[in-house]
Design a protein around this ligand. Structure first.
Ligand code: G16
Length: 544
């Protein structure tokens, strides 16, 4: 006898996925029917689940296990054939992408709010990835949202919870639940991409690193790859145990939130290389001894050195960066004679370019880089890429970065975030800017002339879909830019991000303080947006 239950539900109006899935406070997800509605809307959007498989896992944050049990029961009631779940419900975002591709499943569900904090009073999230392993494109997330607005019922099962910690297969009605090792497939893939022998011998010769897993998902992955397979010392990994509240911190690999790592890297006895990854393992931060590599520079450096990596030795088909990411990689692409695409913020926009082999590498200013090996950005992949470059070049991160600037020039770059703004105020700031774009071209600010000013609209070169309103661009005739956009990942109020950059070719001027170099452009950015007056703030909440 079947235990399927059909539940009459109430609708929620706030389930439109943002830059990367649906992210809300845990308490929002804990409301009766909230998670169930979104999952049913997803299943309805996917159509018949009969005979299909999905990957399921999350970053281990508070509510991960509860959500997994809910999804198992709903998947069984909706006729899915197989769910492949990481042991303990744990899978990094890159590992989900890797498994979707390897197992050729219909897609996968990632439970994470990425770098946002975790715990009963913090954030939770759910994201769907399609069969190429990448985040669902806007067409699909919009269909899911439309489903949530008209949903009347969902299907679930009256059945006990599944043991998530036992590797092997279990049956829930006609659904096969397969619990697998969370790390192995991903680690094997990394070993196939990079020169592990070379990196291993570097560790044997005394090379030292510090990797901050931020009590998030990458601890077990870093342990398997860096310690077991490459021979780094077990002490190289700090905050290596995943905790449901990330030990009370923000699992955000930035100078602000990886303070212990930054401190370790600034002492006399600092290791040769420092790195951190975020809640779900897709972001990365790279440090040398007392030296920060900006994510935009990192993308440019990986691109310039890709020929050192076994997987990319035959060359890159092209590269892409999100629009607000600095233009450092554009110069490398030009030198390599390959195309550089400019996409809106959000990894989903790289999917078509990767699938059609228009690009091999891509990245964003928000601490994310990746390649065609999967369809997500990938934190440990970036760490291994850097280790591989260091092993081949025998230079340290600072030397690699400085010689890059020497060759290509330096893009001084910063991001000023105004967090938790009142939504109306944030919308007013953006509307005012949008209006101004019509008259700014030709005007002079910060001693430069504005050559282009618009609200960025992207036309996907593969499927011709258009994504308008992706951020206000103010570009100057010397290559400097000011960009404004509202974040699509926050969970309280609105976050205004202002991105500012300028280019310096003279290597005698590559050692200056970024905020100082950019101060006139920053003043212009503040003046044009009237951000301080309208928000009644004295300055940004975060400077990256
Ligand atoms: C997500 C997206 C990224 C995006 C970042 C910041 O990353 O996958 O593509 O750059 O958010 O987006 P926003 O500026 O809208 O807050 P993650 O690591 O949070 O999933």
């Amino acid at each position: 006898m079947s235990n399927i239950k059909t539940v009459t539900t109430i609708r929620f109006q706030d389930q439109r996925p943002g830059t990367s899935g649906l992210r809300k406070k845990v308490s929002t997800f804990q409301q009766a029917h909230y998670l169930e509605n979104f999952v049913q809307a997803l299943f309805n959007t996917l159509g018949g689940l009969q005979g299909k498989s999905l990957i399921l896992g999350g970053d281990g944050r508070y509510y991960n296990r509860n959500a997994i049990q809910v999804i198992i029961k709903m998947a069984a009631a909706n006729g899915l054939k197989q769910l492949i779940i990481g042991k303990g419900g744990l899978l990094s975002t890159p590992a989900v992408s890797c498994l979707i591709r390897k197992q050729q499943t219909l897609g996968g569900i990632v439970l994470s709010a990425s770098h946002n904090p975790g715990g009963p009073d913090a954030d939770f999230g759910i994201k769907y990835n399609i069969d190429n392993g990448g985040p669902a494109p806007e067409k699909i997330t919009e269909m899911i949202y439309q489903q949530t607005l008209s949903l009347q019922q969902y299907h679930t099962l009256d059945t006990p919870d599944i043991d998530l910690d036992q590797i092997g297969s279990q049956q829930v009605e006609s659904l096969q639940v397969k619990i697998i090792d969370s790390v192995e497939d991903y680690a094997d893939m990394m070993e196939a991409l990079f020169d592990f022998e070379n990196i291993r011998s570097m560790f044997q010769q005394g090379f030292r690193l510090c990797f901050d897993a931020m009590h998030a998902i990458t601890g077990p992955y870093a342990n398997e790859i860096l310690v077991k397979r490459l021979g780094a010392s077990p002490q190289s990994i700090i905050r290596g145990t995943p905790l449901t509240d990330f030990g009370g911190g923000h699992p955000d690999p930035s100078l602000d939130h990886a303070k212990e790592l930054v401190e370790i890297m600034s002492t006399d006895k600092a290791p040769d290389f420092g790195a951190a990854s975020d809640g779900d393992g897709d972001r990365n931060m790279i440090l040398g001894k007392d030296f920060f590599i900006s994510p935009s520079d990192s993308l440019a450096i990986l691109t310039a050195n890709a020929q050192l990596i076994p997987a990319y030795r035959d060359g890159l088909s092209g590269v892409a960066r999100s629009m607000p990411t600095s233009q450092a990689v554009d110069r490398v692409a030009a030198a390599l004679g390959i195309e550089c695409f400019e996409t809106p913020t959000g990894w989903k926009f790289f999917g078509n370019l990767l699938d059609s082999n228009k690009i091999t590498l891509c990245g964003e200013e928000s601490f994310g880089n990746g390649s065609n090996h999967i369809r997500e950005k990938d934190g440990l992949w970036a760490v291994l890429f850097w280790l591989n470059i260091i092993a081949c070049s025998e230079q340290n991160p600072e030397q690699i970065c400085r010689s890059h600037w020497q060759q290509y020039g330096r893009n001084y770059y910063t991001r000023h975030d105004y967090e938790a703004l009142d939504n109306d105020i944030a919308n007013t700031i953006m509307a005012n800017l949008r209006q101004q774009t019509e008259t700014l071209t030709g005007k002079s600010y910060a001693g430069r002339n504005i050559s282009l000013s618009d609200d960025f609209s992207y036309r996907d070169p593969v499927d011709n879909s258009t994504s308008p309103h992706q951020g206000i661009r103010i570009c100057f005739d010397d290559g400097a830019r000011i960009i404004y956009r509202l974040s699509g990942t926050g969970t309280s109020g609105a976050t205004l991000r202002i991105y500012i950059e300028t280019y310096e070719s003279d290597s005698d001027k590559h050692d200056r303080d970024t905020q100082d170099v950019l101060k006139e452009l920053i003043a212009a950015a503040n003046e044009l947006s009237a951000v301080k007056t309208l928000s009644e703030r004295t300055g940004p909440s975060v400077i990256v």
